[in-house]
Design a protein around this ligand. Sequence first.
Ligand code: FES
Length: 323
Amino acid sequence: MANRLECIDAATDYCPCYLAELNECIVCSQLQGKNFCDCNWRGVCIYQEFVWAGYKAKATRSTIFSKVLKKEKINKEVIILTLKVPNKMARELNEPGSFVFLRGISSPSFFDTPMSVMFADEMEGIIKIAIQVNGPKTKLIQQSQGEEEVYLRGPYWNGLLGHRYIKGTHNSKALVVLRGIAQAPGVIVISKLINNKNNVIAIIDKGKVGVNFIGDYIKDFDITTVDTDLLSEEGQRILKELIKDKGITLVYSGGSDEQHVNILNYLELYNKEAYLAVSNNNTICCGEGICGSCEVQIGDQKVRMCKVQVDIRKALERKMLNG
Ligand code: FES
C-alpha cells in the first residue's frame, strides 16, 4: 500500500492549491478522486477548505516586484542580494528550508530561479539571498546593472527534508554540516535550533565557492564552529568524531547528495538514534507540484519533491542504489 505523503503546504495559506482543482492533491484522498477520507491529519480538513473556497485553490503565490537594496560581490562565484519584501513575506520566509523564485525584470518567466533564503528580517521587511553564479540564469542576475528591482515569487518552504526534526529538537545537541553555497540556508537552520535552546556545533566547508560567507550572520550565536575541508582525511575524521557523540540527536546536512550519504553512513555506524535533516537538492522548476521536473520514484510511489516531505533515509537509499 502506498504511504501517505506529507505536503509542506498543507494547512498553510496556500492550501488547497491547484492540485486540488485537478484531483491531484498530495494529501487528501477525497481530492484525489476517492470517496473516502484517508489523510495525514494536520489540524485542518483540506477538503472542507476546498469547499469553503468555492471548489477552488485558496490562495496562489503571485510574482511581485522586489527592490534590490544591496548587491555584494563576495568573490567571483558568490553574490549576496538584499531584497525588500512585504513584512508578512519576510516573516513567512524566516523558516528553515524557505526559498523564492527570482529573475531580473528584463528576463522572461522561464528565467525564474529557485533561491534559498539566508536571512529574513520581518521588522525591516528584507531578505538576503546568496547566489552562486554558475549558469545563464544566475549570470544574468549577476550582470544586471542598475536594475533596481527583480521579480520575486514565494514563499516556498520545501528546500530541506526533515522539517519536523529541526522544529521538534529542543534543549538538545545538534550538528550542522554546511558546504559550499549550501551554507546559505544553513543560517536559518542554525537560528531555529538556537531559538529552540539547542547546543549547536557547525562544520563549515567553503567547498566549491571558495569562501565562508556566513560568518557575519552566525557570529552572534552561541555556537561552536569548525572550518574544515570535508573531502580531506582530517575533515572526515572531524565529522566522524562529532557524529560519534551520542549526545547529538540531530544532524543537518547542507550540501550535495554525496555529502548526505556520507553522513548517513556514519550515522548508521555510530549514532543510529540521531535524526537526519538534509538540503533538498532535487531540480525545482515550478515549485507548485505541477511540472513534474522534481519528481522521483521512492518505493512504489512517484513523489514531487518541491512539495513533499519524504523519509530521508528512503530518499537517500534510492541515491545509493542508483549510484
Ligand atoms: S518543481 Fe514542478 S512539480 Fe516540483
